[in-house]
Design a binder for this molecule. Structure first.
Ligand code: SF4
Ligand code: SF4
Length: 76
């Protein structure tokens, strides 16, 4: 996620090493702004990745994620 994010827009940060690629966050996101990376993390999972824009900060992904601290929702 190297795209520039407008300072006033909510966004998410995904800790790729804590993510297990279960896709629950992808299924629940109403804005369809999360996908699965083609890269592998250190545990050989394909982690979730943020599209870089379009997040509303609803936090549904945060509450759906079974991995503590894998997703952080930032609301500037
Ligand atoms: S906070 Fe809401 S809109 Fe933003 S990525 Fe998570 S589920 Fe999608
Ligand atoms: S719900 Fe959590 S563990 Fe599952 S793919 Fe999304 S960030 Fe990764």
């Amino acid at each position: 996620m190297d795209k520039t994010i407008p300072a006033c827009e909510p966004y998410i940060e995904i800790n790729v090493e804590l993510c297990k690629g279960c896709k629950l966050c992808i299924s629940i996101c109403p804005k369809d702004v999360i996908s699965i990376s083609e890269k592998l993390n250190a545990s050989s999972y394909h982690p979730a990745q943020y599209a870089g824009q379009g997040c509303t900060g609803c936090a549904l992904c945060f509450y759906a994620c079974p991995e503590p601290s894998a997703i952080r929702v930032v609301k500037p």
